[in-house]
Ligand binder design. Structure first.
Ligand SMILES: Nc1ncnc2c1ncn2[C@@H]1O[C@H](COP(=O)(O)OP(=O)(O)OP(=O)(O)O)[C@@H](O)[C@H]1O
Length: 246
């Protein structure tokens, strides 16, 4: 399926975006994988990036975070240009990324994993983490390597919330998890959303994405080819399923 790239509706001055990505092109060596991606996230919005494997969703997150530096275009966050900043300075501006591989420290215990990132003002303390996911308290002395996939995902999310980010970037948080755990993580994200946290959610699980996201950007071959608002999802479900089918 080939579809033309779309330029999403530009935000108005009343609801200026927290994040704006303009004409993003990204490269792995000679391989040109993102071709002019445009997207934005308004304060308090949850936005999903959906599309088949290899469509460019993870590369978009890496480009925003400054982990992938070989890119062109403009990335603006809270009115500041992130494009030339290294990833540690991007994180310091209030962006937090939970990669697909969950990036917890497997030799450290759950508690050590939670205590290692310094809690910043507005960030989660241990009590809040344990309240959201009591299993993390129960497993406090277990090494990260001994946790189930769901527990690792919970730990990975809570760890980055210690820094009190303004924008959370989640890469396939539901992948490989049992439905009951997916539900629990979805409940927690819904609560964060109610509190006004902005989120970019990369997902292949349409049910999970549509439960949470205000808008969906559809990726095909390194481009955004469609944008679907939450109130359009029912009418456009067949299109969305087609975009995701292999
Ligand atoms: N480190 C890398 N080196 C070279 N090519 C890469 C690398 N990582 C990803 N790619 C390629 O870039 C393209 C986009 O991959 P990306 O991981 O962003 O896709 P995705 O939509 O997130 O899919 P997935 O769910 O499979 O990760 C694919 O063609 C992929 O093969």
């Amino acid at each position: 399926m080939t579809a033309p790239a779309v330029s999403p509706a530009r935000p108005t001055s009343q609801n200026a975006p927290l994040l704006e990505v303009r004409d993003l092109n990204a490269f792995y060596g000679q391989s040109h994988v993102l071709h002019g991606v445009n997207l934005h996230v308004r304060p308090g919005e949850v936005v999903s990036l959906i599309g088949r494997n290899g469509a460019g969703k993870t590369t978009t997150l890496k480009s925003i975070m400054g982990v992938l530096r070989s890119r062109t275009g403009q990335i603006t966050f809270d009115g500041q240009d992130l494009t030339r900043l290294p990833s540690n300075r991007v994180a310091a501006r209030g962006l937090a990324w939970v990669p697909e591989e969950r990036a917890i420290l497997s030799s450290l215990t759950v508690r050590e994993n939670l205590e290692l990132p310094p809690a910043r003002p507005g960030g989660w303390n241990l009590e809040r983490a344990y309240e959201a996911f009591p299993v993390l308290r129960e497993r406090g002395h277990h090494p990260g390597s001994k946790l189930s996939g769901g527990e690792q995902q919970m730990l990975a999310i809570v760890r980055v919330l210690r820094s009190g980010p303004k924008l959370l970037l989640l890469d396939e948080p539901s992948e490989g998890l049992a439905p009951v755990i997916v539900q629990r993580i979805g409940d927690m994200l819904a609560e964060l959303r109610r509190e006004g946290l902005s989120v970019i959610l990369v997902e292949q699980n349409l049910k999970f994405a549509t439960r949470l996201a205000d808008r969906h950007y559809v990726f095909v071959d390194g481009q955004v080819v469609d944008e679907v608002r939450a109130d359009e999802v029912e009418a456009r479900r067949a299109d969305l399923l087609r975009y995701l089918s292999v």
